[in-house]
Design a protein around this ligand. Structure first.
Ligand SMILES: N[C@@H](CCC(=O)N[C@@H](CS)C(=O)NCC(=O)O)C(=O)O
Length: 253
């Protein structure tokens, strides 16, 4: 999904859909919104997307998202059409509401352990975004690698291709948006960045498998495209609509 134009300040509030489908307020390059797209797509839940310009936010955004952030998921057929916020809360809601293809393990202990690993991924996200936004500073790449060691070890000890077993589960999808974006490092850093093939052997295999997952494919952007958006953000004019009218399909590797 390359996406439609992002609604901005002064835009008219879109009418509620009358087809009973959920509505996701998103931004094409937001990793948190990406999480929700992945869960909806993995579960084959039909939904509409409203993309939001986060620099010039539409006045009506806070009706659905009190803090003016994306993602927000509007439950269009529930009484009062309430909207949920916070990617992890939305993901868990969807997993409980649409249990046909469960993403979290059933076992409470395993589920709690996966939630801890989702939480701990913050140790990778923070240094990664530092590099994305301001370039490499001494020690930041090391911090990313140190954070990733935990996930490499975890995949090794689970002995399965995905954290979720034979197919991706919630932990896979919740950390994927940043793993997809890590490909940007090659383009944003002058010296070519490459993950250590021995140190991260399992994670690299996992990455290749994830890229071929149907849900991942449906919202995938390559590193060059993410980097192009990130440069526009660094320069102070985030180009939310850069994929609109782009007829060229994104390469998947
Ligand atoms: N903790 C939130 C974070 C969401 C978030 O920070 N979204 C960013 C876009 S990637 C946003 O909406 N920023 C707009 C703002 O902070 O004003 C979640 O997990 O959903």
């Amino acid at each position: 999904m390359n996406g439609g134009k992002h609604f901005a300040k002064g835009s008219q509030k879109p009418e509620l859909p009358d087809d009973g489908m959920l509505r996701l307020y998103s931004m094409r390059f937001c990793p948190y919104a990406h999480r929700v797209h992945l869960v909806l797509d993995a579960k084959n839940i039909p939904y509409h997307t409203i993309f939001i310009n986060l620099t010039d936010k539409p006045e009506w955004l806070t009706e659905f998202s009190a803090l003016g952030k994306v993602p927000a998921l509007q439950l269009t057929t529930d009484e009062g059409a309430p909207a949920l916020i916070e990617s992890l809360i939305i993901a868990e809601y969807l997993d409980e509401k649409y249990p046909e293809k469960p993403l979290y393990p059933k076992d409470p202990l395993k589920k709690a352990q996966d939630k801890i690993l989702i939480e701990r991924f913050g140790a990778v996200v923070s240094p990664m975004y530092k590099v994305f936004l301001s370039g490499n500073e001494p020690g930041t790449l090391l911090e990313i690698s140190k954070g990733l060691d935990i996930y490499e070890q975890e995949l090794r000890s689970r002995g399965t291709p995905f954290f979720g077993g034979d197919k991706p589960g919630m932990l896979d999808y919740m950390i994927w948006p940043w793993c997809e974006r890590s490909e940007m490092l090659k383009y944003l850093l002058d010296d070519k960045y490459k993950m250590d093939e021995e140190r991260f052997a399992q994670l690299l295999k996992w990455k290749d498998l994830m890229i071929n997952d149907a849900a991942v494919k449906s919202f995938y952007l390559n590193g060059e495209t993410h980097a192009k958006y990130m440069r526009s953000r660094r320069e102070g004019h985030a180009d939310y609509d850069m994929l609109v009218n782009t007829s060229k399909r994104q390469r998947t590797c």
